[in-house]
Write a protein that binds this ligand. Structure first.
Ligand code: PA5
Length: 420
């Protein structure tokens, strides 16, 4: 993986601050140091991957899987599964994975019930606290559907729980009903948990190679954790975004050119938004899917308030390519006949970077050699590490999220929750 700063100020004058932040992180003396379990996860998770793979094999004996979780308890899994698929809605080329518990929409959950009616779907309910309303309600609805159709022994083969070792409402159920369960480590926050069973179990159940994902993350960890030089990709990214922020660019736009990468952006937004957005500070992380959004958001990006900078994902080698066919139809596109669609897509990236630079929107390109488990694992770890360094440079605790509680308190009061 490489970073290309041809269309941006790399901000390397901030390198000493990034190095200080890295030293605080590695010395475990930064704010929130009790949540640094993710730093060693690639190695630790590789050593403990077999039971996760075993559970994934069990899940795959069924028609499909429903993943019940919200925020950090689902975005990583969805991001990886979709990045390794086509991005086509309802891509049925693999094992069906449905996501529930991220909303409380009755129409959505009714559709989930209709989809699984008469079929055996496993459920992986994921909640660190075990008390979150959205996944809690979805799981209650799904469990009551299972109970209407299956014996307790059958249900025990279908339900997989990923939660805290002792706290929350799911752990007692695991014990009393003999369900298979996995632990979310205390020292790993939700948005940093993709390389725990939170992400690994659904990803493995979807048929993706979690060993390669972890090996990619480990290889990235090995290369960035000890490197304090200007060559360190994570320090480079942290410098770039902090320099852009200091110059008045308050919004970071994450750009992808492949529909399958939409949820990588969603995962990235939570990671950076929850980690940095506090104490009246923080870059606003936003995302667009190109080329489609060039035809809706392109005008704003090119000419509106100059508060944007961009981070672009550019995948060098496609997993498959199409040659533009020759045609007798006069559609004005014959000059592209015989060209690779992937190359044309990448020319769009270069053209947009040039145009946006002219419009004073700097952009940095992340060159990913290929979209596979190994490189994706590296990309995830790179983003996590750079996020921690960047948040420390900003002076905040990158590992807490006190603001997320505000809406819950009011909602619980309105719903009449006892004690709220
Ligand atoms: O990053 C976080 O901590 C949050 O996004 C949580 O993952 C999310 O709120 C879900 O919480 P829980 O796993 O406790 O249900």
């Amino acid at each position: 993986m490489k970073l290309d700063f041809k269309h941006a100020n790399p901000g390397l004058s901030l390198l000493p601050r990034a190095q200080e932040a890295q030293a605080l992180l590695e010395g475990k003396s930064c704010k929130g140091a009790e949540f640094l379990g993710w730093l060693d996860l690639p190695e630790k998770a590789l050593a403990a991957v077999a039971p996760v793979e075993e559970a994934a094999r069990e899940i795959r004996k069924n028609h499909g899987l429903i993943v019940v979780g919200i925020g950090g308890s689902y975005l990583g899994a969805r991001a990886v599964i979709e990045a390794l698929s086509s991005g086509l809605p309802q891509d049925t080329s693999g094992f069906p994975v449905i996501f529930a518990g991220q909303n409380m929409d009755s129409v959505y959950h009714q559709a989930v019930l209709s989809t699984i009616r008469g079929k055996k779907y496993a459920i992986n309910v994921i909640s660190k606290s075990g008390t979150t309303t959205e996944p809690g309600l979805a799981f209650r609805i799904l469990l009551s559907h299972l109970e209407a159709n299956h014996s307790a022994d059958e249900i025990a083969k279908l339900v997989f729980v990923t939660t805290d070792a002792s706290k929350g409402s799911l752990r007692p159920l695991v014990k009393s009903r003999n369900w298979t369960s996995f632990i979310i480590p205390d020292d790993v926050g939700g948005r940093f948990s993709v390389l725990t069973p939170v992400g690994l179990l659904p990803i493995a159940a979807a048929g993706k190679d979690i060993r390669k994902l972890l090996e990619g993350a480990k290889s990235m960890a090995d290369s960035i954790r000890k490197d304090t030089s200007a060559n360190n990709l994570a320090l480079q990214y942290a410098c770039y975004r902090n320099a852009a922020y200091a110059s008045g660019k308050k919004i970071e736009l994450f750009l992808n050119y492949q529909p399958g990468l939409h949820f990588i952006a969603e995962w990235w937004k939570q990671l950076y938004g929850e980690s940095e957005g506090k104490e009246g500070k923080g870059i606003f992380p936003a995302s667009v899917d190109f080329s489609s959004d060039l035809h809706s958001m392109g005008q704003w990006i090119q000419e509106a308030e100059r508060t944007l900078f961009e981070t672009v994902i550019d995948v060098e080698k496609p997993s498959t390519d199409i040659k533009v066919p020759s045609s007798k139809v006069d559609d004005g596109l014959e000059y592209l006949a015989g060209r690779s669609l992937h190359d044309i897509n990448r020319i769009a990236i270069a053209a947009v970077q040039d145009a946006h630079q002219e419009g004073q929107v700097p952009s940095m390109r992340i060159l990913l050699p290929e979209m596979n488990e190994f490189h994706l694992g590296g990309l995830l770890y790179f983003f996590e590490y750079a996020c921690a360094v960047s948040g420390i440079m900003l002076g905040v605790n990158p590992f807490d999220q006190p603001g997320v509680e505000a809406y819950k308190k009011t909602m619980f009061k309105m719903l009449g929750k006892p004690g709220a």
